[in-house]
Write a protein of this length. Structure first.
Length: 256
């Protein structure tokens, strides 16, 4: 009885995982043959060396074709062995980390924690979504490699600064900005420290304070209006921060 229950549970679990991978609108029937493991090749040494070469040459097109080819057997399969698919996810993430280390780019700072990445890609509903996810992550890697090769981190940092300049009057978080430039928050924070000698929060605050000073000196805006114009939702907090940073209250500064 327990053995039959275990088989039924395994079959149900397999069906759910198949549904996750092949798409939520497909009905998967599990039979004895479907439970047999399928033989999909893992990433061979030759394939690994090929991907390393694509990264070294910054050949993003070839790398994306490489990804498509890896997942082609799963796209064409009538029934997917999900354990093999998840194994491929794991191997590919580890290979990307290995290559980034090889090229002198910290993969954890760039992409984030390996386990979180693995959990994230396993949550996608179909193979096309998985391919798109890997394409996006590889795109981030290639952008960083090109940036490192050409002029360090300048391009990505300038992109981050431009975002702040366009959106300083709105709520900006490190996580949101990192997502915009496709970097992990810790790595973006490190970039700010390296480029301007202060962290993201200090840079954003100084930028807002400089804008606020200019608006106050125009003499046509009240302090509470300026607070809202530079992204502060709490007027009292703006007054407190302004006095701490500038040494005067907004009203006193305006009347100088």
């Amino acid at each position: 009885m327990a053995s039959r229950f275990k088989q039924s549970f395994d079959a149900a679990e397999q069906a759910v995982m198949q549904r996750m991978v092949k798409g939520i609108n497909r009905v998967i029937m599990i039979d004895d043959s479907a439970m047999e493991p399928q033989s999909f090749n893992a990433i061979s040494l030759k394939k690994e060396q090929a991907l390393v070469r694509y990264f070294e040459q910054c050949d993003e097109t070839a790398a994306l074709q490489f990804i498509e080819q890896l997942f082609a057997p799963f796209k064409s399969a009538a029934v997917i062995d999900v354990s093999q698919l998840m194994k491929l996810h794991f191997q590919l993430i580890m290979l990307m980390f290995k290559i980034m280390n090889h090229l002198g780019v910290n993969p954890v700072e760039t992409l984030g924690d390996e386990f979180k990445l693995y959990s994230q890609v396993n949550s996608y509903s179909n193979i096309d979504s998985v391919i798109s996810w890997f394409a996006l992550k590889m795109g981030v890697c290639f952008e960083l490699i090109r940036s490192k090769q050409e002029n360090g981190h300048t391009n990505l940092f300038e992109k981050a600064k431009e975002y702040i300049q366009r959106n300083f009057n709105k709520e900006i978080t490190l996580e949101g900005l990192a997502d915009h430039v496709h970097l992990s928050p810790p790595y973006l924070s490190k970039l700010f420290k390296e480029e301007v000698g202060e962290n993201f929060f200090a840079y954003l605050l100084n930028y807002r304070m400089n804008i606020a000073r200019g608006l106050l000196k125009e003499g046509i805006y009240k302090a509470h209006q300026v607070a809202e114009m530079v992204g502060f939702q709490n007027e009292k907090y703006f007054f407190k921060v302004f006095k701490r940073e500038i040494g005067l209250t907004p009203s006193a500064y305006k009347n100088l």
